[in-house]
Design a protein around this ligand. Sequence first.
Ligand code: KIV
Length: 288
Amino acid sequence: MSNTNIKPVTVKTFQKMKENNEKISMLTAYDFPTAKYIDEAGIDSILVGDSVGMTVLGYDSTINVTLDDMLTFTKAVTRAVKRALVIADMPFMTYHVSKERTIINAGKLIQAGAKAVKLEGASDFILDEVNHLVNSGINVVGHLGFTPQYINTIGGYFIQGKSYENTIKLFESAKKLQESGVFAIVLEMVPEESAKYISENLSVPTIGIGAGKYCDGQVLVIDDILGKKTDNFHLPKFVKQYANIKEVMKNAIEQYSKEVKEGSFPSLEYTFNLTKEERDKLNDCIVK
Ligand code: KIV
């Protein structure tokens, strides 16, 4: 497909897809080649998630990720993407200080090429921030249910909205986010029935991760579906692993190491050589 035939996915596309009952597909990406493959596969949206803290940077949560980190990864992803809607996570504490700081920080992610930013929670403060961003022309995605940036206050990886009362509370938060202007809401680790109720009663699409099949779209972390995770992390129940990249990588690295040690790499096939004439001259030459 030539570039001119590619119709980029926009915020309006998301809304239309919800109205037409068309599922929205989303994956995370952090680097140029992965983003390119995801885009070429026709995935609707790419999230430059702060999960990069765990998948790429080796932290044990998203808390350590900085705005500079996110800017680097967002630029790499947006350079590769022609169709998918790129959303960048606002990292921990980059939208909590003041409206001015929030706008400056979100603006940097948009200038890095993202078409929208995502932030977690729905406190009065956050709702106000969302409103301010949207009024300044910045598209915002909300994130409710399990919100990884609040790991220290939640106290662990717990399913959210597990009772009728908590489902209604979650829905009320989602409704407030919608009224503040978000164009989509990520629902993480929420029972399927609760996510269904929330999705059916919102006008903006929900994107589920561990929230069952009734959400308007689905998102997963690319490293999880490719089987790239290191031994430090267990795979959550909601992840379906579609490949085992870790095994492929480990086998290739071990084979390379073996061949270097035994001297079988590089063989002739991977070597530059002089012509016979130049080789003979070199062989005859005596070092003085
Ligand atoms: O950072 C991330 O990858 C996310 C997804 C888990 C939704 O926020």
